[in-house]
Design a protein around this ligand. Structure first.
Ligand SMILES: [Zn+2]
Length: 239
């Protein structure tokens, strides 16, 4: 078994998986998602506020129209009062009463108009604040996206170069070794081959391997396993 090559292959795959993980866990990626969520929420709020604004504007316009109609009526009645065409006091009283009623109506609607105008003003303020917020979030998003793309590009280039190295190594590895690796990869969480480190620790479980076993692993590569974690032991010669 070509243990040294296999170990290198395994480490490449491990590195590749790590890069993939870190690509997904990039802080910019998470922040981008958060900003996007906030952006969508603000956008929804903006739409609702716009509707509220349109509604108030409509009501306001209607009330103003009503007032102007009532004022026209009032003017017409006043004109009658002074036109000298009134025949008796009953008619006079009647017209005066109508004018008073109109005055009361105008005053009531005018009060409503003042309230609506205040409301409209505060909704307009809210609208411009929301629009500003959206603009800021959009700018922040774009800036972060640029950063993210750069980091992503670097990671992807690194992954691509590992992919190429892997392809080269695959040409050197025999089928038997590869089949064994694939069959055992999952069982050992991606690392079925453990390297005996310089301090004789198993790279898979960190247990110190007895010197006799280390020597055996050097002499019979591919047939000696870590007693603790059962990984196959790759023990490079000390140079
Ligand atoms: Zn071990």
């Amino acid at each position: 078994m070509l243990l040294e090559l296999l170990y290198r292959f395994q480490e490449m795959e491990r590195k590749e998986e790590e890069l993939e993980k870190s690509l997904k866990a990039l802080p910019q990626f998470k922040e981008l998602k958060r900003i996007k969520e906030r952006f969508n929420q603000s956008k929804k709020k903006l739409e609702t506020t716009k509707e509220v604004h349109a509604n108030i504007s409509r009501r306001l316009k209607k009330a103003e129209h009503q007032v102007s109609g009532l004022e026209d009526n009032q003017k017409e009645l006043s004109r009658l009062l002074y036109a000298g065409t009134i025949k008796n006091s009953k008619e006079l009283e009647n017209i005066e009463q109508q004018i008073n009623i109109l005055s009361e109506q105008i005053s009531r609607i005018s009060d409503e108009i003042i309230i609506m105008m205040d409301e409209k003003e505060s909704v307009e303020k809210e609208l411009s604040e929301l629009e500003l917020e959206l603009k800021k979030e959009y700018q922040k998003f774009n800036k972060l996206k640029l950063q993210y793309n750069q980091v992503k590009l670097n990671l992807e280039q690194e992954m691509k170069s590992i992919e190429e190295d892997k392809k080269k190594l695959l040409l050197e590895l025999d089928n038997k070794t590869l089949t064994w690796y694939k069959e055992n990869k999952e069982k050992f969480k991606g690392t079925p081959v453990a390297k005996v480190m310089e301090n004789h620790a198993c790279s898979g479980c960190r247990t110190i391997i007895p010197i006799t076993i280390v020597k055996e692993a050097r002499t019979f590569p591919g047939s000696i396993y870590c007693e603790k974690c059962s990984r196959i032991l790759y023990a490079p010669e000390i140079k």
